[in-house]
Ligand binder design. Structure first.
Ligand SMILES: Cc1ncc(C[n+]2csc(CCOP(=O)(O)OP(=O)(O)O)c2C)c(N)n1
Length: 371
């Protein structure tokens, strides 16, 4: 990430807005209003604080699992800002925060992690697999890749129905080795669907580095083979991601078909709470990327504009911690989903044999509460 000027081939260059000294490149700056800049900053900070707390809760045994996006906050938050709330999002593991940006209640969001009775998904999904129709975000399936043909299929449906909806499908760099990636890219381009496919290249697929994933010069360049535009963007630069995604969304909505975006970033934390990255990557590599932290870079820019001060920043952190503490306290007041909810949502009309099993279950005394 040395040059701020996009190369003439957007799949090989690196689109940047924020410069290392905290200024912006006037040639690429989307010139967002101050209120929106501050919103982007707040939302990125909220994700960072929230996920730090979640990892701590997992270590304390209060939740079972968490997959954080530390170091990658710029992409989901920029996408949330650059799309309409009615555009459908098909996330991978690290983009659930788009739901929060779109107004999904924090308490319900955290309830999914606890899988308790406040969880709209009734505790049936693994933690960090949030979704809600109310904010147009589907769940990812944990298998790597299937959300991509789903995103393309939903975009095709929107096109056939002449709806103005755009869909956004996310993947990690590892997902580009999956057959579903190729099926999605090919179909999207052939049918010119209103879809934006975004690869967060965070350099690792658990312990497999990107160099072992692809022999292509970049990930973005793959777009060319399928016949669609590709853009390689600095994924630690929230304004650059915003600019690239806004253009792609506008093109999709105008009937110009899909775009493939590679967002170059780094996973600072572990793959998930089940992972120990010290076993496969060096501290020096992590330190090098920590120096390019997307929140620090954006803060330098906002400080230069006079929109953030040390004092306002401390106040923001305190506010976010308070908001999250209140939400965790509220969620932890609730127990597991009622056991009979097991039988809900399976059939439109519950068949006799499930009625029988449900009655049998309810005739038993409830299981003792876990310690
Ligand atoms: C089909 C399939 N193969 C393997 C796995 C195991 N697995 C879970 S996450 C992951 C790595 C995903 O890497 P990437 O797509 O780069 O996304 P990242 O986690 O880095 O964001 C793998 C291999 C899986 N869940 N599904």
């Amino acid at each position: 990430m040395t040059s701020s000027a996009p190369a003439s081939d957007p799949t090989l260059g690196l689109l940047r807005v924020l410069r290392d000294d905290g200024s912006s490149d006037p040639a690429t700056d989307p010139m967002l209003p101050q209120a929106q800049l501050l919103r982007l900053y707040r939302e990125m900070r909220r994700v960072r604080v929230l996920e730090g707390r979640m990892v701590a809760l997992q270590r304390q045994g209060r939740i079972g699992f968490y997959g954080s996006c530390t170091g990658q906050e710029a992409t989901p938050i920029a996408v949330a800002a650059a799309t309409q709330p009615t555009d459908w999002v098909f996330p991978a593991l690290r983009e659930s925060s788009i739901m929060l940006y779109r107004g999904f209640p924090l308490v319900r969001y955290l309830a999914q992690v606890f899988g308790n009775s406040l969880d709209f998904l009734k505790g049936r999904q693994m933690p960090s697999h949030m979704s809600s129709r109310s904010v147009h975000q589907v769940s990812w399936s944990s298998c790597i890749g299937p959300q991509l043909p789903q995103a393309v299929g939903a975009a095709w449906a929107a096109k056939l129905r002449k709806e103005p909806t755009v869909t956004v499908g996310f993947m990690g760099d590892g997902a580009t080795s999956q057959p579903d990636f190729h099926a999605a890219m090919n179909f999207a381009a052939v049918y010119r669907v209103p879809c934006v496919l975004i690869c967060q290249n965070n350099h690792w697929s658990i312990s497999v580095p990107t160099a072992r994933q692809t022999a292509s010069q970049t990930i973005a360049v793959k777009a060319k083979a399928y016949g669609m535009p590709g853009v390689r963007v600095d994924g630690n630069d929230v304004l650059a991601v915003y600019a690239a995604v806004s253009d792609a969304v506008a093109a999709a909505r105008a009937g110009k078909g899909p775009t493939f975006i590679e967002s170059v970033t780094y996973r600072i934390g572990a793959h998930s709470t089940s992972d120990d990255p010290t076993r496969y990557r060096s501290e020096a590599e992590v330190a090098e990327w920590a120096a390019k932290d997307p929140i620090d870079r954006f803060r330098r820019y906002l400080t230069r504009l006079g929109l953030v001060t040390e004092q306002s920043d401390q106040q923001l952190e305190a506010e976010l911690n308070d908001e999250i503490t209140h939400a965790i306290t509220e969620v932890e007041r609730h127990g597991p989903p009622a056991r009979e909810t097991l039988f809900d949502d399976v059939y439109a009309v519950r068949p006799w044999f499930l009625e029988e099993q449900r009655a049998e279950l309810l005739a038993q005394p409830p299981a003792p509460a876990p310690h």
